[in-house]
Write a protein that binds this ligand. Structure first.
Ligand SMILES: C[S@@+](CC[C@H](N)C(=O)[O-])C[C@H]1O[C@@H](n2cnc3c(N)ncnc32)[C@H](O)[C@@H]1O
Length: 293
């Protein structure tokens, strides 16, 4: 009689299969997908190693493994990703949150400790290109006095962001706009902080990206244009216009365009550069600047 397909055996087999299909962390992915099919915590698999999942679970798992082996990212298969120790819903309409972006949150929360709201009691924060809403939600959740204006050109992304705002119980302090950068945000609205993780990949870099990213994540979230600075170049003057005196701008970028963005800030002339925040690989990642008085 053939060996039974226990949880332990399924994991061993899938690890080899995903490895052969180019996965860099096949065991972890096998576990995450099986836990998703079983609707249990990943840690629980270890207590259930000898158990044989029923055919419905095995069929669901086979489907997930097949899609993963074709390159679909695990986060899109499970519909979620952890960011800043919080669970966020994701779909193929939004970028999968990246660990580098946590450095922007850390920088923002740190700066918010000493920033007095320019008007009223609420710190006004704009998140430009909110995607899944991670920056808007973290700001609203961790800064109790924050009122967040979150924009995106993608209506499908805004739906996911709104879902995440509701999931984390901060929907009443986040206002969403479908807008090209800040164009549709009421002109009188000024901000103490403007944060953005905009598209910053060059057209040439797009071709070099891993298949999982290039073929599955939204190009609207990734590609800026031939230079990589195209979206940031339009954002800088809008941010200078909308920040209060002393207000701060945080922009995530790729280290390759760091110098070019510093030059754009200098050329605008209304924002003083602050030290850039480095990422986990000690590369320049989050550019900061303060609106001059
Ligand atoms: C790199 S993703 C960042 C998403 C999210 N903030 C994060 O950090 O994971 C960039 C987002 O900007 C949006 N976007 C692209 N061009 C835009 C524009 N001109 N105005 C507003 N949003 C834009 C995309 O739809 C996408 O959701």
């Amino acid at each position: 009689m053939a060996d039974p397909w226990t949880i332990g055996r399924l994991l061993t087999w899938t690890t080899g299969f995903l490895k052969d299909h180019g996965s860099e962390s096949p065991r972890l992915e096998a576990e995450v997908l099986l836990a998703h099919a079983l609707e249990c915590e990943r840690i629980m698999l270890y207590a259930r190693f000898g158990e044989e999942p029923n055919e419905a679970v095995r069929a669901a798992y086979r489907g997930l493994v097949k899609e993963r082996s074709a390159g679909k990212p695990v986060a899109y298969l499970t519909g979620g990703r952890e960011f800043y120790s919080l669970d966020f819903a994701v779909s193929p309409d939004v970028l999968i949150p990246r660990p580098e972006t946590e450095f922007l949150v850390i920088g923002l929360l740190d700066a918010a400790k000493t920033q007095k709201p320019a008007t009223g009691d609420a710190l006004q924060i704009a998140d430009v290109g909110t995607g899944s809403g991670i920056l808007a939600v973290c700001a609203a959740l961790k800064i109790p006095t924050a009122h967040v204006t979150a924009v995106d050109v993608s209506p499908a992304a805004l739906k996911i962001a709104a879902q995440n705002a509701a999931k984390h119980h901060v929907a009443e302090r986040i206002e969403f706009f479908e807008s090209d950068l800040l164009a549709k945000v009421p002109p009188a609205r000024k901000f103490d902080f403007i944060v953005s993780n905009p598209p910053y990949i060059t057209s040439a870099e797009m071709a070099e990206l891993d298949r999982d990213v290039r073929d599955f994540e939204p190009h609207l979230a990734l590609e800026a244009g031939p230079r990589g600075t195209e979206v940031i170049q339009r954002l800088i003057p809008q941010a200078a216009e909308r920040l209060v005196a002393g207000g701060q701008l945080f922009i995530e970028l790729s280290p390759q365009i760091h110098e070019a963005v510093q030059q754009l800030l200098q050329a605008d002339g209304r924002l003083d550069p602050l030290p850039t925040i480095e990422d986990q690989n000690r590369r320049p990642r989050i550019v900061r600047a303060r609106r001059r008085d």
